[in-house]
Design a protein around this ligand. Structure first.
Ligand code: 9UX
Length: 68
């Protein structure tokens, strides 16, 4: 298992946090997700054989936020 820290711009309420959390949780290879509104970031544990940080950032972008 590997961990990625993804910066997320554009989250303004806990609803946004829930959207990002469920989008990441629905992604194959994702083991655990912790999204912080205050820190504007997501901490994601994932299986590197299945997914990668670039793909995880793409999921966040598709959910409507800016990932870095
Ligand atoms: Mo809150 Mo976010 O009303 O996409 S859910 S701003």
């Amino acid at each position: 298992m590997e961990q990625a820290l993804i910066g997320i711009a554009g989250m303004t309420c806990q609803g946004c946090v829930r959207s990002v959390t469920s989008a990441l949780n629905a992604t194959a290879g994702v083991e655990a997700v912790e999204v912080s509104l205050e820190r504007a970031q997501a901490k994601v544990s994932f299986d590197p054989a299945v997914t990668n940080p670039a793909a995880l950032r793409a999921v966040v972008e598709e959910a409507g936020f800016d990932a870095s």
